[in-house]
Every structure is written in structure tokens, then in C-alpha cells.
Design a binder for this molecule. Structure first.
Ligand code: PHE
Length: 344
């Protein structure tokens, strides 16, 4: 074997061995410069071919070119190998166990009374009622006197009152004061529903809270009758409960309506069979209502000989209790998540 071939073989073997030892990117780059670079070992070898006798040059040149191909291929293979190793390492260190269950995301939800209020308002909105709101700290005038309940009148016993500044400023005991406030600033026709908090100075039990929500309704126009009142309230009951629900109207007394009624519905829980919630009567009283008293109309400057109206007031909690079978009103404001989360 010619000396030049021995030299090339030695160079190639050395290069391949060194390449297997080059363990990272900078090492193989240094290797490439050392062998394949412009003044690398293989380039020097090629230059030395020029000194050979001319008949030996072609074979030596071919051998050198073949060695160059070998080294370049070996370099590419080694480079790929190192990249794969690096990737494997990364996959190993960033390993994620996709079989682990995810962490639950806790989302909030609407309070059951908020749900109920929205549903009630939606139904009345569909019947053409507007929505209005008013103050919780109220004047005795609107809460009582404008509603035909003079000071010292025994009817005041129906509403146990928290006074902010006796005798004239109080926490409203119902949403009815908004009847007067709305009529004062509106010319008939009026069709409005008023949701809002009310307060009563009462002992608490399964069906009484000192704070609760009411939705008041008021319609004033020419020629309204009890039939309009019944039509609106029966349509409401059919939508908030179910279409075939039975309703019952009986006489009741409220100083600001004449005649006054209460509306009951067949107990939605036992469907009239009799259960704990309806106290085995099969009926649940839902709301008070009636034709607006002429004196109330006159108090706000309306002429009862020209227009008349009907009004109603319902407790939102009562409706939510009946709808969801809740038997204690205190559950709504006890802030027990086990209770509240059932509704989200
Ligand atoms: N405001 C009455 C109450 O709280 C309910 C009611 C409203 C009755 C409107 C008649 C008309 O008991």
C-alpha cells in the first residue's frame, strides 16, 4: 500500500474514533473544523496530493474524496444521534403524566333567589311589564300612608317594621311603596313589576326571614277589571310552574286594594295530594293582589273615575321554595355551599 493511502486510512480511522467520543454540539463542531475545515487534516492531506508524481494523483484524489464523503456522512449521522439524545433527555425531564385527573376548576353560580327573580321578571316582561326598582330605606308616607294606612291604624300590625328614624323613616316592609312612587311620576297607562328587598321585624322560623325579596306588580289603565288581574296571574302561574296547574283566588284584606284577594296554587310538590310543604292542604298561598284602592289613586293624583288598576305582590323565596321543594326559608341566606351549589 502506498504511503499516502496508509496516511489517509490512519487519518480516517482516527477521525471516526474521535467523532464517537465527541459528546455534544460544540465538540462535533470542533471535530468538523479539525478534519473537514479549510485547514483541517483532510484538506491538508488533499493539498499534499499535489506533490505526488502525476500518475499517482488520480487514485489518491479519488481515495481522498471518498474519505471526505465518509467523514461528512459520519458527521451528519453523529449530529442526528446527538439531537435525538437531547430530545429524549428533554422528554424525560419534562415528562407529564397525562393519566392524572385534572384539577377541578370551581366556578361560581347564581344564587337560587337571583335565578327565581330573573325568571319571574322574564315572564312579566313577556306580558308587557317594565321593570323598576326603588329605595329600601323608605318614608312612612310611601310604605303606609299613601297606601291608605294612616298612622296608628290597626292594619299596621300586618307589617312589623324596622324604623331607621321613627316615625318617618323605615326599612320598607313590602315593595308596595313603589306603586305610589311610580304612579306619581308616570301618566297612565302603567304596567310595571318591581323586584326588591323587604325587611320585617319578626322572629325567624322556617317560613319567616327578617329580610326577603318581593316582586310587586302594578297595572293602571282605563277599564281594567278583576278578569285582567286573574288573567295575568294565572298566565304567570302556568309559566313559572306548569301549564295545567290549578289556581285558586280567595278574598283577602289589604288596605290599598278593594277588593283584595290571595292567590294559591295547587301544591307543585305533591300536585295537590297533601304534603309537609303545603301542610296537607294541597294548596300553597303565593301572593296577595287586588284592584288598586280609589284612595291610593287619588293620593298620587290619578282620577279613580277615569282610570283604575290592579296590583299584586309575591315573595320570591316562597316561589323558589315551592319550585325546588325547599322547606326552610333560612336555607337561602345561611350561606351553606352544600345548599347553594345544588342550584348552580
Ligand atoms: N304588599 C302586600 C304584602 O306585602 C302584598 C300585596 C301587594 C297585596 C299588592 C295586594 C296588592 O303583604
Amino acid at each position: 500500500m502506498a504511503a499516502i493511502d496508509v496516511a489517509l486510512r490512519g487519518l480516517t480511522d482516527r477521525a471516526l474514533l474521535e467523532l464517537t467520543r465527541a459528546g455534544d454540539r460544540s465538540a462535533i463542531e470542533a471535530w468538523r473544523t479539525g478534519y473537514l475545515g479549510r485547514s483541517g487534516a483532510l484538506s491538508l492531506h488533499m493539498r499534499s496530493i499535489g506533490q505526488l508524481p502525476s500518475e499517482e494523483r488520480p487514485a489518491a484524489g479519488q481515495a481522498a474524496n471518498a474519505a471526505k464523503d465518509t467523514l461528512e456522512a459520519a458527521f451528519a449521522a453523529r449530529q442526528r444521534e446527538l439531537e435525538e439524545q437531547a430530545l429524549d433527555q428533554r422528554l424525560e425531564s419534562e415528562h407529564i403524566d397525562v393519566t392524572l385527573p385534572g384539577r377541578p376548576i370551581h366556578t361560581g353560580g347564581l344564587h337560587p333567589i337571583t335565578h327565581t327573580l330573573r325568571r319571574i321578571l322574564e315572564i312579566f316582561r313577556d306580558m308587557g311589564f317594565q321593570v323598576a326598582e326603588g329605595p329600601e330605606v323608605e318614608l312612612d308616607w310611601y310604605n303606609f300612608q299613601a297606601l291608605n294606612i294612616p298612622p296608628e291604624h290597626p292594619a299596621r300590625d300586618m307589617w312589623d317594621t324596622f324604623y331607621v328614624k321613627p316615625p318617618s323613616i323605615l326599612l320598607r316592609t313590602h315593595t308596595s311603596p313603589m306603586q305610589a312612587r311610580i304612579m306619581e311620576r308616570t301618566r297612565p297607562p302603567v304596567r310595571v313589576v318591581v323586584p326588591g328587598r323587604c325587611y320585617r321585624y319578626e322572629g325567624q322560623d322556617a317560613s319567616h326571614e327578617w329580610m326577603f325579596y318581593q316582586v310587586e306588580g302594578l297595572a293602571v289603565d282605563k277599564g281594567l277589571t278583576m278578569a285582567d288581574l286573574k288573567g295575568v296571574l294565572v298566565a304567570f302561574a302556568r309559566r313559572i310552574f306548569w301549564p295545567e296547574i290549578q289556581t285558586r283566588f280567595r278574598c283577602d284584606y289589604f288596605p290599598f286594594v278593594e277588593p283584595g284577594v290571595e292567590m294559591s296554587v295547587q301544591c307543585p310538590l305533591c300536585r295537590g295530594e297533601g304534603c309537609r310543604v303545603c301542610k296537607t292542604t294541597g294548596w300553597i298561598e303565593l301572593l296577595g293582589a287586588g284592584m288598586v284602592h280609589p284612595r291610593v289613586l287619588r293620593n298620587v293624583g290619578y282620577d279613580p273615575d277615569v282610570v283604575n288598576g290592579f296590583a299584586f305582590g309575591m315573595g320570591a323565596e316562597r316561589i323558589a321554595m315551592v319550585k325546588h321543594g325547599v322547606d326552610d326559608i333560612r336555607s337561602f341566606y345561611g350561606n351553606d355551599l352544600r345548599f347553594l351549589q345544588q342550584f348552580t
